[in-house]
Design a protein around this ligand. Structure first.
Ligand code: PLP
Length: 285
């Protein structure tokens, strides 16, 4: 297995970043996770666009031009023969003697690209039974719109979910509204067949899968409401699901031990999941 680290393609076991890398010391780093289907990156332009935005918001230099990054990613996929799976891209502000202030502007940012082959039937199987979620208080900082590696609240929330037999934790803000999952966006389908998801302006990461699903919903003329919703609304919903690049649409069948709908993946989320893949496969790079 080969990964890309700072200009070199190296065996996984030999891949290293510096002990004073700012990603390691300050979580001064940003990342993307993209789905790979049939050897292609799903929504590549959107992912690279969001990476660019994360870098800009943090005044972090880009490690290379977007065209170069595309070449590196496809090279990592090729060398690992990954046709189905994910690719992880991480950029940090580089390695420098530990100091809160930004390092000298000549400090090169670190870039790591790791591809992973994943059998897609795993996710398909999970989607047949759906997942359980728990709710947990929102403890993250205010800039969750930036995809940084500062993920400790997400780690703790997802650990708590696992300890409760659930797969995902949904954060609940001080006003009692769900923000999003530890690594996914949250959705419900109401009894009157409306797709509801929190607006991306505040409190969530603007998920690429979320954006593309909104495109699909618009194309199909589905009723969509971008507004916050509460755990009680989830309990009364017809269907619920999460979106993320790693699992696309994943049905949610329980929240805090309460069944949603009849406790099985609903017809609408199942249909949208299938359509999403058709569209992803037909979309140009
Ligand atoms: N929200 C959070 C906190 C995430 O970490 C992720 C993905 O990892 C998402 C939402 C979903 O985003 P995307 O669809 O771009 O994977």
């Amino acid at each position: 297995r080969i990964v890309y680290v700072n200009g070199r393609y190296v065996p996984y076991a030999d891949a290293q970043v510096h002990v004073e890398d700012r990603g390691f010391q300050f979580a001064d780093s940003v990342y993307e996770v993209c789905e790979i289907r049939a050897g292609r990156i799903v929504d590549e332009a959107r992912h690279l666009g969001r990476l660019d935005r994360s870098l800009e918001e943090l005044r972090m230099p880009a490690p290379m031009a977007e065209s170069g990054l595309r070449v590196v990613i496809s090279e990592v996929l090729r060398r690992n023969r990954v046709r189905e799976g994910t690719v992880y891209i991480q950029v940090s502000r580089g390695a420098a003697r530990r100091d809160f202030l930004f390092p000298h502007e000549a400090t090169p940012p670190s870039l790591v690209v790791i591809a992973r082959g994943i059998d897609p039937s795993k996710s398909a199987k999970a989607a047949q039974s759906g997942i359980k979620v728990i709710t947990t208080p929102e403890t993250r900082w205010d800039r969750v719109d930036i995809k940084t590696t500062g993920l400790l609240p997400n780690v703790l929330a997802k650990m708590a979910a696992t300890e409760h037999g659930a797969k995902e934790a949904w954060f609940v803000d001080r006003d009692g509204f769900i923000t999003e999952g530890g690594s996914s966006n949250a959705w419900i389908i109401t009894a009157d067949d409306r797709l509801v998801t929190r607006p991306a302006e505040h409190g969530i990461l603007r998920g690429i899968t979320r954006t593309t699903l909104l495109d699909l919903a618009a194309e199909e003329g589905l009723a969509v409401e971008e507004r916050p919703f509460t755990p009680d609304e989830v309990k009364a919903a017809r269907e619920a699901f999460v979106t993320s690049a790693t699992n696309i649409l994943m049905p949610v069948v329980q929240i805090d031990g309460h069944r949603i709908g009849d406790g099985r993946p609903g017809p609408q989320v199942t249909r949208l999941r299938a359509r999403f893949h058709d569209i992803a496969a037909s979309r140009p790079i």
